[in-house]
Design a protein around this ligand. Structure first.
Ligand code: MN
Length: 396
């Protein structure tokens, strides 16, 4: 339906809604720009422009945090924000092409094009959400296990501080330490919606916990540890499964193609996670698929985590990734899926597998940025995060 109530187009209705949102933060940004960046040259008629760029404009200028949000350098203060972007530049878990260690910086760079105002979404992220960039986790290149410990401790710090964690990888091995930083703080089961072309559920890959393994280690299924007796010899691998991440609440969407799914499929089958192939999604449609996913992920769960692998989008649109697999979602489908999932709220999200050395025109990192913005925007509209009621005037 393109028309909303009273035969009015959604766009026109959204413009009215957006007009009710304050522009306090924009005004503050201008004042701050003039204070810190000095007044512009005499020939500049628009006196809101400063001499040195200190805010969103120009989009191609400036020191680039995610969405040009404040850099929370003193990470003890991260809880003063509603959302924290966290970079995790780690690609030691890749099994084909590396390069995702440059993912967070690429997503930050392209994010500068956005000012947070969306006509389609009827949301103004800049005004309605206090977001910061917490910088990057100090990963240990070449050591997966030490990095996992760093990541879990960092994510746990952000989550328990009260900021919604947006975790930007990095490769998909991070799925496990990311969820391990959140789930133990949730009093009840945690569902996981995993969008990917790959099943990522085998126990080990080339003798390590690579990016093909996160859901083996995240969901519990202790009997499966027996699949691989060598686990008992690895002191750091006793922790098969987080106790409140049951496999029945793991929904894997977009799975398919011809690469690397054999070992993970055995585990998915045995533990009983829900696997929706691209063909399933095609048959159900995006709305139907999202409905099924939400039903399964939220069943007797307290919270849901979104794990978004950018390779779920067809490599024609998202070539900058480590393990491309044709036949995935197109961008419009992918973003609709993300928005439908985010409507019910999330406890955290990750976007992984953006590999800028293989990207073209920043297309892949821009899509990763959009996955984040569409999820955040939806949650603001649904009042799951942010402070819409404080900055939006009531309807007159
Ligand atoms: Mn993948």
């Amino acid at each position: 339906m393109s028309n909303g109530d009273h035969g009015e187009f959604r766009g026109s209705r959204n413009l009215k809604r957006l007009a009710r949102i304050s522009r306090t933060k924009q005004d503050e940004e201008i004042a701050r720009g003039l204070e810190l960046g000095l007044e512009a040259a005499d020939s500049i008629n628009d006196r809101t422009i400063s001499l040195f760029s200190r805010g969103h404009q120009p989009a191609f200028a400036g020191i680039n945090t995610f969405m040009k949000s404040p850099y929370c350098e003193d990470v003890r203060r991260v809880g003063e924000y509603e959302v924290a972007f966290v970079g995790i530049p780690f690609d030691t878990g890749t099994t084909y092409r590396p390069g995702t260690r440059f993912g967070p910086q690429a997503v930050r760079r392209i994010s500068a094009i956005y000012d947070g105002y969306s006509v389609d979404g009827a949301v103004d992220l800049f005004e309605e959400l206090d977001m910061c960039d917490a910088g990057d986790v100090f990963v240990i290149p070449g050591n997966i296990e030490k990095t996992f410990d760093q990541v879990t401790k960092a994510v746990s710090h952000v989550y328990t501080s009260g900021a919604f964690p947006v975790l930007c990888g990095g490769d998909h091995s991070l799925g496990y330490p990311n969820v391990r930083g959140i789930a133990p703080h949730i009093d009840g089961n945690v569902g996981i919606i995993h969008v990917d072309r790959h099943i990522d559920m085998q126990d080990m890959d080339m003798d390590e916990r690579m990016h093909t393994t996160p859901w083996f280690w995240t969901t519990h299924g202790h009997e499966s540890a027996e699949l691989h007796s060598s686990h008992r010899d690895h002191s750091h691998m006793h922790d098969v499964g987080l106790s409140n991440c049951p496999p029945k609440n793991l929904v894997q969407m977009g799975i398919g193609g011809w690469y690397g799914s054999r070992p993970g499929s055995a585990v998915a089958r045995e533990r009983g996670s829900s696997v929706l192939t691209m063909t399933d999604i095609e048959e159900l449609g995006i709305k139907g698929a999202a409905e099924r996913a939400l039903e399964l992920a939220w069943k007797d769960a307290k919270a849901v985590f979104l794990s978004y692998d950018i390779d779920s989008i067809d490599p024609g649109f998202a070539p900058g990734t480590g393990t491309p697999e044709p036949g995935g979602l197109n961008p419009r489908e992918a973003l609709e899926l993300v928005r439908l999932i985010a409507r019910e709220g999330l406890c955290g999200m990750e976007v992984v597998e953006v590999s800028p050395p293989y990207d073209v025109n920043d297309n892949t990192s821009q899509l990763a940025c959009r996955v984040i913005l569409d999820a955040l925007g939806t949650m603001v509209v649904e009042r799951k995060i942010g402070h819409r009621d404080r900055v939006m005037k009531p309807e007159s």
